[in-house]
Design a binder for this molecule. Structure first.
Ligand SMILES: Cc1cc2nc3c(=O)[nH]c(=O)nc-3n(C[C@H](O)[C@H](O)[C@H](O)COP(=O)(O)OP(=O)(O)OC[C@H]3O[C@@H](n4cnc5c(N)ncnc54)[C@H](O)[C@@H]3O)c2cc1C
Length: 318
């Protein structure tokens, strides 16, 4: 059976959820082989094996932390040359897309970014993308080289499927290019205790309708273990940081559940959330365009509706 390489985004041995989702998708195309790099790489093996990795190729070197993405690209290239995979799957984070693009260029392959689904095809994997502000769904296939595909978080369920997960050391020698851009400092963002916006299974967003008060949105998010998003109107007003903006000029999210409160549903906002699996909106204007795309909508004042929803969720959890 053909093998499929998966780039493992890991921090100190902890495997991120989007990587586990890639293992689910990879099994549709072939046998998953994970590539884990950096500090803690070998510690990822058990988790990756539990989720279907037949092999785990690891390499640790200080260069992964000390320099920008090129060392990771070079290691992944070594893995591609060693395995000759049917495809390379990378999570669609900003770093993941940079790694994938540089890898595709080096190995002379085509690339597809931000896939939301993946299936096996007679002539190679077929990726589904949501394009033009989510107004079209396309299916495409790479026709040149080893397909390199980045996949958005929440595109597949995490499915524990035990496999061998045999750990093998990858033999990597870095070129001069790998150490061309040194990281001179790192400041960790203050943790909100909430999940990362682009990876969260549930996102609760607030728009201009919150009038500057995000507390009902945050309380609902916390009752659901969700991330908080914001429309550009809310961000431009200075009510929430730009890192939380969802949309064309913000982040693209694809959670299982997206709850929009006080958001009208402008095309530029939809562009960043329309691939969410279930969409719920609370808006006091029954004619708001957001109601055209929702699965469930509540016409009402968010300051009445959202706290009731939060209370109901808390009651049911108790
Ligand atoms: C090039 C470009 C890029 C853009 N990129 C983005 C982007 O990335 N993300 C983005 O979001 N926008 C983006 N925009 C802006 C976008 O066009 C809209 O202006 C913006 O999304 C509107 O935000 P909003 O829905 O919060 O505000 P509004 O459109 O003002 O809607 C507010 C809604 O809240 C409702 N409301 C008010 N009070 C209440 C209440 N108490 N309870 C319930 N409902 C209430 C109103 O009925 C209304 O529907 C972009 C625009 C351009 C031109």
């Amino acid at each position: 059976m053909a093998e499929v390489l998966i780039y493992v985004g890991q921090v100190d041995g902890a495997v991120r959820k989007p990587t586990l989702e890639l293992l689910t998708l990879a099994r549709r195309i072939g046998e998953p082989v994970a590539v884990a790099l950096g500090n803690g790489a070998a510690d990822t093996a058990a988790t990756l094996a539990e989720h279907g990795a037949a092999r785990v190729l690891t390499h640790d070197a200080s260069e992964y932390a000390e320099y920008l993405v090129v060392p990771k690209v070079e290691a992944l290239q070594v893995a591609v040359e060693a395995v000759s995979p049917a495809a390379v799957l990378v999570p669609s984070s900003a770093e993941g897309k940079e790694i994938a693009a540089r890898l595709a260029l080096r190995i002379g392959s085509g690339i597809i970014t931000d896939a939301v689904d993946l299936e096996a095809g007679d002539e190679g994997p077929i990726a589904t993308q949501s394009v033009f502000a989510a107004s079209f769904t396309t299916k495409s296939r790479i026709t040149k080289g080893t397909p390199v595909i980045t996949v958005k978080p929440n595109s597949a369920a995490v499915e524990p499927t035990p496999a061998a997960g045999a750990v093998e050391a990858l033999n990597v020698t870095f070129s001069d290019k790998a150490t061309g851009t040194k990281v001179t400092g790192r400041t960790a963002r203050e943790s909100t205790g909430r999940p990362e916006l682009t990876e969260a299974a549930i996102v609760v967003s607030g728009g201009r309708g919150v009038g500057g008060d995000f507390s009902p949105v945050e309380a609902l998010a916390d009752s659901l273990g969700a991330a908080v998003g914001a429309s550009r109107a809310a961000v431009d007003a200075g009510w929430y940081p730009h890192t939380h903006q969802v949309g064309q000029t913000g982040k693209s999210v694809s959670p299982q559940l997206y709850i929009a409160s006080g958001i009208s549903g402008a095309i530029q906002h939809r562009a960043g959330m329309q691939t969410s699996k279930t969409i719920v909106a609370v808006n006091k204007d029954a004619e708001a365009p957001i109601f055209d795309l929702v699965d469930y909508g509540v016409v009402g004042d968010l300051f009445d509706v959202v706290p009731q929803l939060t209370e109901e969720i808390k009651t049911r959890k108790d």
